[in-house]
Design a binder for this molecule. Sequence first.
Ligand code: KG4
Ligand code: ZN
Length: 339
Amino acid sequence: MRVLAIESSCDESAAAVLDTTAGLMAHELYSQVELHRAYGGVVPELASRDHVRRLLPLVKAALARAGTRPADLSGIAYTAGPGLIGALLTGASLAASLAYAWTLPAIGVHHLEGHLLAPLLEKDPPPFPHVALLVSGGHTQLIEVAAIGSYHLLGETRDDAAGEAFDKSAKLLGLPYPGGPQLADIARHGTPGACTLPRPMLDRPGLEFSFSGLKTAVLHAVRAAPLAEQRRADIARGVEEAIADTLTAKAVRALEYTGLDVLVVSGGVSANRTLRERLDAAVRAHGARAYYPRLEFCTDNAAMIAVAGLARLEAGQRGGLAIEARAQWPLASLPQLAA
Ligand code: KG4
Ligand code: ZN
């Protein structure tokens, strides 16, 4: 089977072609970061309008790069949620229109299932069952993954997501949007231990997270002394270490709790180097192994949507021509794949 995939849930427009035997044949991406920078965050209406401009050329480019004609395709996968409703609608309507014009099945994909399955694109993919740590701008979840389509939520954040904690701390440090990667950049020059920030909920049992207190602590640290370059780097390092340590401790706890020895880490924050180093060390000490997507597939992309879409098409699932878009969509409500 060969699938064309379209992603438009937030501020990345993307298209990809994935084939059961040939693997990933093409993936194209346009990031709207510059468009939103002046506003310090994603402006939903601007995002939708830009997706309308970008998506069709990206689809054409992906098909051309993959040397694929519509007749070679078995279906079209698109992100149906969760995400910004207007942005989702642009990709969903394009996918449904192409499916109608080319008489192909269309399938609406859950964005987080895409993130969870992104490491399957690597040469050495993670085995099932495993524990997944999903850390993106909107979500921080630990999930027990028995198989593709079988997701059991072990714990999640009670307030801010890890990516949000990075972005809000970055804003307090005066860094431009999107703050996470920028904060990680300056944290490299920070002195370890110079600024110690709280590791929320580490002292409590369970697999829940809470990151909203971190930004208050960052605000106090920012106000405590003039924000010279070194001080800024020290605080950035403190933020990165607090988030990495919290995620690492809870991920290991989830491995202990489930008795599993494979951890999959995905979502935008899984691109963070300090997090990867700490997770690798802790997971190895536990006798387990961690798997990640390649860096470009940590953040939003269409290749991961293609993986999830292809798995569901192969399992016989089909969407109709209805344009599916859901701003909110619990992962646990996804239909299971037949064994
Ligand atoms: O998965 P993603 O692209 O979008 C969502 O589905 O939310 O994740 C974006 C998030 C943002 O909060 C961004 O700041 C964060 O991932 N991020 C990082 C890094 N790269 C992206 N945070 C820390 N370090 C990074 N290197
Ligand atoms: Zn995402």
